[in-house]
Design a protein around this ligand. Sequence first.
Ligand SMILES: Cc1ncc(C[n+]2csc(CCOP(=O)(O)OP(=O)(O)O)c2C)c(N)n1
Ligand SMILES: [Mg+2]
Length: 647
Amino acid sequence: MKNYRELANCIRFLSIDAVQRAKSGHPGMPMGMADIATVLFKDYINFNPSDPEWSFRDRFVLSNGHGSMLLYSLLYLTGYKKMTLDQIKNFRQLGSITAGHPEYEPEAGIEITTGPLGQGIANAVGMALAQKNLAAKLKLKFCPKVYVFCGDGCLQEGISQEAISLAGHLQLDNLVLIYDNNKISIDGSTDLSFSDNTNLRFKSVNWDVSNGDGHDFTSIKKNLDKTLKSKRPILLNFKTTIGFGSPNKSSKASSHGSPLGDEEIAKTREQLNWYYDDFMIPKSLLKDWGLSHKRCMSFYNLSKKHESKIKLFKSKNDLTKLFSKIKKDVIKITDKQATRKSSEVIIDYLSKSESIIGGSADLTGSNLTKGKSMSIIDKKNLGGQYIHFGVREHGMAGIMNGVASTNFFKIFSGTFLSFADYMKPSLRLAALMKIDPILVFTHDSIGLGEDGPTHQPIEQINMLRSIPNSYVFRPADLLETALCWEAAIKIKNGPSFLCLSRQNLPQISNSLVKIKYFKGAYIIEQNSKKNHITIIATGSEVSLAIETSNILLENKISSKIISMPSSSLFEKQSVSFQKNLLNSSTGEVFVIEAGSTMYWNKFTNKENIFGIDDFGSSAPANQVYKKFGLDPKIISKNIMKGMKKNK
Ligand SMILES: Cc1ncc(C[n+]2csc(CCOP(=O)(O)OP(=O)(O)O)c2C)c(N)n1
Ligand SMILES: [Mg+2]
């Protein structure tokens, strides 16, 4: 047996020392998982620190992200250039890449942002799926693996069930979940709240399961060997000791989330025979760690030859090139159409490119997310293009983040806008990581009608708008939908949310076909050069705003109507552009959007906003619109009343 324990102690003491120096952090998990991590990196995982973003690397995901020092120690020891000893010493400090929880930085070996428990498991399912999909599309004879560490907390989170259930269904045999079964979480023993039979749980969703002792190197190796032959996703359930090596804090929640303290650290050094200074790794051990990737080099060199295939695949399937034809074609369609249907028209064009993957959480026929030529991804066809995610919205969003993190494909999904709430934690992480999934959210307002207030989104659009670094779209018709899709496809640095109507809408934006730069908002109609007022509207309310303006004109009030299919893009324009677009002779700005009003307060006074700050109603759509005063007659009356008052 190699000197695994000594190598593992390097991880333990770097973690202990960094947490102590930062005066905060989680030493218990790295101490407990160091032995398994050592064997995994010494003997199994395929990686190359001098080419961290090599497409065919195995990926390592630390779903229990609070144990971030385990990852940083591994990356430093194995020789990732960006992960220096100074970074380790600056753990949790401003400007370091060694944040409290791992933050996506593939160049440094940090494959994904984790910390919100459970997410990493879903991300890993997405990565494993993306690797399988790519391998099939490039007709490769090999497929990289994804190794995930998770703790009790990750398995208690609901998202883990959604993700493992789909992974089992798809039989992703390149996915290895390594469970830190230490029976401790923050409140104490997991007996307080957790009596699952975890093995049975995984078996019931078609996983292989194997048990081991996380501190016995023979057992660790035996288990990791099984991952090489497994024909399904596999759970390695390792009994471990949190805070391993600490005489007074091991097996206790007290080692979870605070520094061990000088006295206990001294005792731990003694117990583990570690007589080196803080942050000091003996040369021989550092050298040993630094050679770990050598065993991967023949596979690296072999697989590297296929890297050009990815480049070729991407350029052959460039989605952005499709839009000039799309725009020319769709301008000819003049019939009324729901924007979800318009989106389907665009998806049909896009799906001819193999570099887009889509899906829906069991609402394919409602979201209209499946392009005609898309083949279904299942265990016999992992190279397909369309994923039936099942009713698993949160899992879907987490899985999409995993796919998007690989940069192999553009991924989009579908569900109802009201269920965006089910996905919020993953949407936030996509924005934080600046990765680019596209979320199609149909049934975007009370306009969905009879399904009633449970399904009628009110505050969701503004919830999405409030996520920093994300892009919200709400087009008014087919051409705007094409422009929004085009923008979403081009965006590489954040998630895009396409909010689309269930109900039919007229085609009103014909003039847009010639525009070169889509700035998120534009004048869709104006009665005269000198307009008295400006009306901003989005999506289904743009045609309502036009009807309103016609009534106002009969009453000698001329207006300029701004369609704002993307408030996010509009807000990125210069202040002068924004001001010019919105100005009017009276300076009055009105807004119509069938959703909560809070976002619009920055554009105008509360009484000038026609929206909904209450839950909707179950009734035919036109009646619900009337009930909330979203009717051209009512709005025009209110505008005129307000203007008189302000005179
Ligand atoms: C979604 C979410 N909820 C709560 C937390 C706070 N939290 C961090 S670690 C932890 C306990 C996790 O226990 P376990 O996974 O067993 O970790 P261990 O103590 O064994 O390292 C909790 C509740 C979190 N990070 N994410
Ligand atoms: Mg635990």
